[in-house]
Write a protein that binds this ligand. Structure first.
Ligand SMILES: NC(=O)C1=CN([C@@H]2O[C@H](COP(=O)(O)OP(=O)(O)OC[C@H]3O[C@@H](n4cnc5c(N)ncnc54)[C@H](O)[C@@H]3O)[C@@H](O)[C@H]2O)[C@@H](O)CC1
Ligand SMILES: Nc1ncnc2c1ncn2[C@@H]1O[C@H](COP(=O)(O)OP(=O)(O)O)[C@@H](O)[C@H]1O
Ligand SMILES: [K+]
Length: 471
């Protein structure tokens, strides 16, 4: 029994009434989306299976042709599944008799939160054949085989058209490959108590508030950002970051350019200022002179000693900073130096390749990996992907899924880096800026859709911010 179930049961709600509420909410979703048709309900031995039996009974009462397929022989079922099966008045077929093509809809209630080992035998056979079939699947709580804590697949799992879960999403609904297998996610309230500390939050505007400028503000009070630019051949990345920072509302954005690239940055930028930087001392002077409230370093910076020394100089000033791309990679041979220099106003934004360079020994599922990295870095780590995870020491981790595969386009990450810095410059803390930046960046990608490029994203970021902001 899950922690939440146990608390609900202790609070006086019986397990069978929780199952009844869960089943009623599933049937509401099923009947709201599908016309009456032959339904196959696959039931496991635990409470997920009990939900399945109750769903079968309710669909039968609504005159649907229903066949229950059980993994455990019906007479051997114990606990809630045994009780609900007995009260259903239905007789099940063995799971090995299940043929997906005979059904118009399959209800997958084999395993949910209690899955504890890889699927084998009849359960595996049934789900393998279901995964190959074209029939729509509604998963109860989770697509069976998906680990609710990590999103990984234990053996096999069939893609659902809709997944109905209870109370709140689980990490397994938000992390790949579970994210791609669960289809539309419907979260229903069955009266479970509020969870004091969930394993993760699903990123969204209820977790943070976008900054709004005061009436009598000025451009530096709105937040100044300094972006370290790289050599002329790679200048686009820093420019994308700079536009990202500006379009999310920073008041003044400057690119710090190597002397040799000043002309090219200046020719490509209008509202964004350009200033020269030479060595670590000049970097520190420029951070002060530009009144920077947040820094960006890494996109297109180059894997050079200059990048490394600028990172360390920038971190010494303790100005909020986003460390990305080359600024991470230059510490590949010596990640401890970076770890020691970091402070709690820094955000690291690696993709999985960069992550492996600075945290080579950290492995496992994405949620645990990001948490371990944040603990070591002593600050916020945002690990990118379709399922972006944001972890900060002593904060509940956050999973962002607001994006779209169209964001897998060169330079998209550079815009995200700038957006996070832009929010930090406007006063958000590292964790909230990373969360809000990732959410708006994903929304911008969605608004762009097919064929969106990184050049489009800053403008779309502005639209996304306008859609989410209250003022
Ligand atoms: N708070 C909630 O979230 C609620 C949960 N309910 C349901 O209860 C489910 C959790 O129930 P349980 O904790 O009983 O767990 P499950 O029903 O997911 O599975 C546990 C059972 O499956 C067996 N099992 C695990 N892995 C197996 C494998 N690979 N092969 C064969 N057998 C395996 C276990 O020994 C145990 O008998 C949820 O997923 C949900 O469907 C609802 O009934 C009501 C409210
Ligand atoms: N399949 C996907 N679905 C949603 N977002 C994605 C997907 N692939 C990449 N992204 C997002 O696109 C951005 C890519 O960043 P990154 O890997 O740094 O690329 P680049 O270095 O080219 O900018 C990240 O914000 C990432 O989360
Ligand atoms: K299931």
């Amino acid at each position: 029994m899950s922690r939440l179930d146990a608390r609900a049961v202790a609070g006086g709600t019986s397990q069978t009434s929780l199952i009844e509420r869960a089943a009623r909410s599933c049937v509401r979703v099923i009947r709201g989306r599908y016309t009456r048709r032959p339904a196959a309900v696959l039931c496991g031995p635990g409470n997920n299976g009990a939900d399945g039996w109750a769903i079968a009974r309710l669909l039968r009462a609504a005159d649907w042709p229903v066949t229950v397929y059980t993994l455990t022989p019906q007479k051997d079922l114990t606990g809630a599944a045994g009780q609900v099966a007995k009260g259903s008045g239905l007789t099940a077929e063995p799971l090995r008799a299940f043929r997906p093509e005979a059904a118009g809809l399959v209800i997958d209630a084999l395993f949910g939160a209690g899955l504890s080992r890889p699927l084998v035998g009849d359960a595996r056979g049934a789900l393998d054949s279901l995964a190959e079939a074209a029939v729509p699947v509604v998963a109860i709580d989770l697509p069976s085989g998906v680990d609710g804590a990590t999103g990984s697949v234990l053996g096999t799992a069939a893609r659902a058209e809709v997944t109905v879960t209870f109370h709140a999403p689980k990490p397994g609904h938000l992390l790949s490959p579970g994210l791609g297998l669960r289809g539309e996610l419907v979260v229903t309230d069955i009266g479970l108590p509020q969870d004091a500390e969930p394993d993760a939050h699903w990123n969204g505007p209820c977790l943070w508030t976008l900054p709004v400028p005061e009436r009598d503000t000025h451009k530096y009070a709105r937040g100044a950002v300094l972006v370290f630019g790289g050599p002329r051949i790679a200048g686009g990345a820093a420019r994308l970051s700079a536009h990202g920072a500006a379009r999310i509302g920073a008041g003044a954005v400057t690119v710090a350019s190597p002397e040799e690239a000043l002309d090219i940055y200046a020719a490509h930028l209008d509202a964004i200022m350009v200033k020269p930087v030479t060595d670590a001392a000049s970097a520190k002077r420029l951070i002060e002179a530009s009144k920077a409230k947040a820094l960006v370093i890494g996109p297109g910076a180059g894997r050079t000693d200059a990048t490394r020394s600028h990172v360390l100089a920038a971190l010494e000033t303790r100005v909020p900073i986003v460390v990305d791309a080359d600024a991470l990679t230059v510490f590949e041979d010596d990640p401890d130096t970076l770890m020691q220099a970091l402070h709690e106003k820094a955000v690291l934004t690696p993709h999985i390749g960069e992550f492996g360079r600075v945290f080579p020994d950290i492995q496992g599922d994405k949620l645990s990996m990001t948490a371990a990295a944040a603990a070591r870095a002593g600050t916020t780590v945002l690990l990118k992907g379709a399922d972006t995870v944001i972890s900060t020491p002593s904060r509940v981790p956050v999973i962002n899924t607001s994006g779209t595969p169209w964001l897998a386009t060169a330079g998209a990450g550079d815009v995200l880096t700038g957006a996070i810095a832009g929010l930090m410059a406007q006063g958000l803390g590292a964790h909230d800026a990373a969360c809000a930046g990732a959410y708006l960046h994903g929304l911008a990608g969605q608004r762009g859709g097919r064929g969106v490029t990184a050049d489009d994203l800053p403008g779309l970021l502005r639209e996304a911010g306008r859609a989410v902001a209250t003022r």
